[in-house]
Design a protein around this ligand. Structure first.
Ligand SMILES: Cc1cc2nc3c(=O)[nH]c(=O)nc-3n(C[C@H](O)[C@H](O)[C@H](O)COP(=O)(O)OP(=O)(O)OC[C@H]3O[C@@H](n4cnc5c(N)ncnc54)[C@H](O)[C@@H]3O)c2cc1C
Length: 409
């Protein structure tokens, strides 16, 4: 445990987002930065993530953000000396229904327009790349060779190593309990280890970001929604270099975890925590075996020879979703010095580098119109009660793989 100190910039939360923001700020020349984490680094939502990194998105801006992440992951070992365990396997988006073809074509167009290499594969090419898919079920396969996956805790180690080298300090087991304002601006943080003078707070508290925002009277519209995946026993032939699969028609994603299968999915009916009662305590959901068993059944319909495969472990948590399915990044109008980096819509690991870059841009003199459009101020004139907030956020979760043709995110 390291002790907290006064600091010009205070980052609250040491998950993928907080660590990435610390690294990017320091890289951009900001100094006197401290990261505060109530528990251990990357011990909460980030620890549960599957680590999938996909760049094929429905808008140019989101694709560019994801491409920024991939570029960063590819250079992190050299830049920081710590390996983020980034494995560039490529990814396959599989359609099981020709009615989805139009969506895949639209995705391909967006990717090509910003220089992301993607390609439709023939059945033979698909079988060569992924022999375990029941290819007769696949109507269309979109291949992105630069996608892959990483290990979330290796990624945060790399970010923090880079940040520390540039002077960032980290205080773990230090819980933020309140934020003190002076003349409408952030002035200090109250923690369980004492008061810290600071003039900027960056809220990277994941599912607790709403709670942190409430400390300055800001109602941040984010909803933690349950998400889970399983890892099977070893399966013959599976190896870490197999491409990542996304299969929207059965709402599943799949990758190899060494010689096992990692499979997660987007439930048809999302499950959230009661928003009326924000809690500082556990954000670990109960395992829903019914949901996981349905994932397994659906997976068996597309992957050969896994009907009887056993489950070795289950990972779960509460990634946050927003009412419009977009990140919330940038300074609040009030108080001055309060910055938000939250509402990651389950992209907080893969998008961490791109999000951090946008956070830095949001506090610069000339943020782009896209970065400004992610600002928390966009909710100022909207009255969204908890029930409506949940409804909208759940809809983004439930349609996670069907949003490709919806308006910009
Ligand atoms: C099962 C599962 C699979 C997922 N798979 C993927 C994936 O494949 N790819 C992907 O990109 N994303 C994935 N996600 C989503 C991803 O995990 C999140 O978007 C990401 O981890 C969010 O990071 P974060 O830093 O915002 O939050 P967190 O990792 O939760 O970090 C927030 C931190 O804030 C700290 N904190 C909270 N309150 C306080 C306080 N008062 N004082 C001090 N510290 C505080 C917490 O202790 C915590 O460490 C998955 C999520 C789950 C649950």
């Amino acid at each position: 445990m390291s002790s907290p100190r006064d600091a010009e910039i205070s980052i609250v939360g040491g998950g993928a987002i907080g660590c990435a923001v610390a690294y990017y700020l320091a890289k951009e020349g900001y100094r006197d930065i401290q990261l505060l984490e109530r528990s251990d680094i990357a011990s909460q939502t980030t620890a549960q993530a599957a680590g999938l990194v996909g760049q094929v998105r429905s808008t140019k801006e989101r694709t560019l953000l994801a491409m920024e992440s991939v570029q960063t992951f590819s250079g992190l070992l050299q830049a920081t000396g710590v390996n983020p365990d980034w494995t560039q396997t490529g990814s396959l988006r599989l359609s099981l229904n020709s009615s989805r073809d139009e969506e895949f074509i639209a995705l391909e167009k967006v990717a090509s327009s910003v220089g992301l290499e993607v390609q439709f594969l023939s059945k033979n090419q698909l079988e060569n790349l992924f022999p375990y898919v029941k290819s007769q079920r696949v109507t269309s396969a979109l291949w992105c060779p630069s996608d892959g996956y990483l290990q979330p805790n290796s990624l945060t180690n790399a970010y923090l190593s880079g940040a520390r080298t540039l002077g960032v300090t980290v205080a773990t087991h230090c819980a933020v309990q309140g934020i003190e304002l002076k003349n409408g601006a952030v002035n200090a943080i109250k923690t369980d280890q004492g008061r810290i003078s600071t003039s900027m707070v960056i809220n990277c508290a994941g599912p607790w970001a709403r709670e942190i925002a409430m400390m300055v009277g800001l109602d941040l519209p984010i909803v933690p929604l349950r998400h889970e995946y399983f890892i099977t026993e070893d399966v013959k032939g599976w190896n870490p270099l197999l491409p990542v699969l996304r299969i929207p028609d059965i709402r599943l994603y799949v990758r190899a975890e060494l010689s096992s299968i990692l499979c997660g999915g987007w439930e048809a009916e999302a499950s959230s925590l009661p928003l009326s009662n924000p809690s500082s305590t556990s954000m670990t959901p109960e395992t829903d075996y019914g949901v996981l068993s349905q994932f397994h059944t659906d997976l068996s319909s597309v992957i050969s020879d896994i009907d009887d495969i056993g489950i070795r472990s289950i990972m779960k948590g509460y990634p946050t979703f927003t009412p419009d399915g977009r990140f919330i990044i940038g300074p609040a109008r009030s108080p001055k010095g309060f910055i938000v980096a939250a509402g990651c819509n389950a992209h907080g690991v893969s998008g961490s580098a791109g999000i951090a870059k946008h956070v830095v841009e949001s506090i610069s003199d000339s943020p782009s119109s896209y970065v400004l459009s992610l600002s928390p101020t966009r909710f100022e004139n909207q009255v969204i009660n908890n029930q409506e907030l949940e409804r909208r956020a759940r809809s983004h979760y439930e349609n996670y793989y069907s949003n490709s043709l919806l308006p910009p995110s």
